[in-house]
Design a protein around this ligand. Structure first.
Ligand SMILES: Cc1cc2nc3c(=O)[nH]c(=O)nc-3n(C[C@H](O)[C@H](O)[C@H](O)COP(=O)(O)OP(=O)(O)OC[C@H]3O[C@@H](n4cnc5c(N)ncnc54)[C@H](O)[C@@H]3O)c2cc1C
Length: 380
């Protein structure tokens, strides 16, 4: 067992910390108020290799690993959660299935520009009546001989308004359902019959883009199918299994960011002649929260290490996701509390963490669904 970072992992940590300090953190509150998608930040992250940190160099990536990816996601999210969301959806949800299940030609055509940050990616699984039960997809793909014809819609899709490449599921054989009836496709933003809906107005991660994907007789070439016909549900679940490690890293990031600003505030704010951090209740609460953040980070790193070794990581990623999102919510809630009334005022950043934390318990499978996965594995 080795808890030391390798030289490459330590360098990535240093690079992303510097980038967050100089670029991401200073703009976070203003961008949140303006609901501004981080176009410039995404461009800079592409130049620094952060949009493809864990993909091999021959596919345009930085040649890193899952541990480095989690370091990037944690630190970006600690500075500004919406930026972490953009990178996570792009990397593990969209580029991930192309890397793990795509052909060499698909990797060269679609993964390389994603990994270089030249194109932005999104992932469409959720539908109006297929949320936690994502296998109940109503979107259809029909084999027309020389092309696929897609009809239906996906909702709540991260990056949708700015993405160029979309990975989606669609039903190819309703009778078979999740057992061989769903297939997985790549969509280009300019495909005929494809469009996106209006931006959702959200409680948190306001600078991320969340829209509907609309398919009206959308015609795509035959070579856009990933894997075999009928493998789509397996591919989507395999993608989520690894991607949840990134959401867990986002949870740790929100918690860490909220911890840092609360700690600073508690060291400055005086009541009854002393700073808040001198009172035992807030101090002990911060000690407990800090311990839980560290425990969540270890769960994330354990799952990331398994993913890097190509070992099954579904149970570990589910545990990491629900545990880290719970500590994100708890730390942000206590953070607001220890700011007193100031925590309720929008001039103070802690309210942004409080609003951003909630989504961690919802997307890429709610906490309840993660507990279904874990209980299924441990009680089998
Ligand atoms: C901001 C945002 C971004 C998103 N980004 C994406 C994206 O990029 N791509 C994408 O495909 N989707 C995305 N989603 C969708 C997200 O993954 C779903 O919202 C989520 O999986 C829950 O589905 P649902 O909203 O339909 O809730 P439902 O499935 O209707 O769940 C409602 C409640 O019932 C509970 N529940 C449901 N089934 C069970 C069960 N079997 N046992 C116990 N409890 C259960 C849930 O835990 C939840 O508490 C995003 C959502 C949001 C809000």
């Amino acid at each position: 067992m080795n808890f030391q970072l390798t030289r490459e992992q330590a360098l990535t940590k240093k690079m992303v910390e510097k980038f967050c300090e100089e670029v991401v953190a200073p703009t976070a509150d203003d961008m949140d108020v303006a609901h501004e998608f981080p176009v410039d930040i995404v461009k800079q992250m592409g130049e620094l290799g952060m949009m493809g940190i864990m993909w091999p160099k021959e596919y345009g990536g930085a040649g890193g690993d899952y541990v480095q990816y989690c370091e990037v996601i944690e630190r970006l999210t600690a500075a500004h959660a919406a930026v972490g969301t953009v990178v996570a959806a792009h990397t593990s949800l969209c580029s991930g299935p192309i890397y793990y299940y795509g052909t060499e030609e698909q990797k060269q055509e679609w993964l390389v520009p994603l990994a270089k940050g030249e194109r932005l990616g999104a992932f469409g699984l959720t539908e109006a009546d297929a949320g936690s039960d994502s296998g109940a997809t109503q979107t259809t793909a029909v084999d027309m001989g020389d092309h696929w014809l897609i009809n239906g819609s996906k909702i709540f899709i991260t990056n949708a308004g700015y993405a160029d490449t979309f990975c989606i599921t669609a039903m190819t054989d309703k009778k078979k359902g999740t057992r061989g009836g769903i297939s997985f496709f790549i969509i280009d933003k300019d495909d005929p019959g494809f469009s996106t809906g209006a931006e959702e107005d959200k409680l948190g991660i306001r600078c991320s883009s969340t829209r509907e994907l609309i398919f009206e007789d959308c015609k795509i070439p035959k070579d856009r199918l990933i894997g075999q016909v009928g493998q789509g549900f397996k591919i989507a679940m395999g993608t989520l299994e690894k991607a949840r490690i990134g959401v867990a890293a986002q949870g740790v990031g929100v918690a860490q960011g909220a911890f840092e600003i609360t700690k600073e505030y508690m060291g400055q704010r005086k009541q009854f002649g002393k700073t808040i951090n001198k009172f035992q209740y807030p101090a002990f609460t911060m000690a407990e929260l800090y311990t839980r953040i560290e425990a969540a980070r270890l769960l994330v790193m354990r799952a990331a290490d398994l993913a890097d070794k190509g070992l099954p990581c579904g149970t570990q990623s589910a545990m990491a996701k629900f545990y880290a999102s719970e500590i994100a919510m708890d730390m942000a809630t206590k953070g607001v509390q220890f700011h007193g009334g100031y925590g309720f005022i929008n001039d103070y950043s802690i309210q942004r963490y409080f609003r951003d934390a909630k989504i961690m318990e919802i997307y890429e499978g709610t906490s309840e669904i993660q507990k279904l996965i874990v209980s299924g594995a441990i009680l089998r």
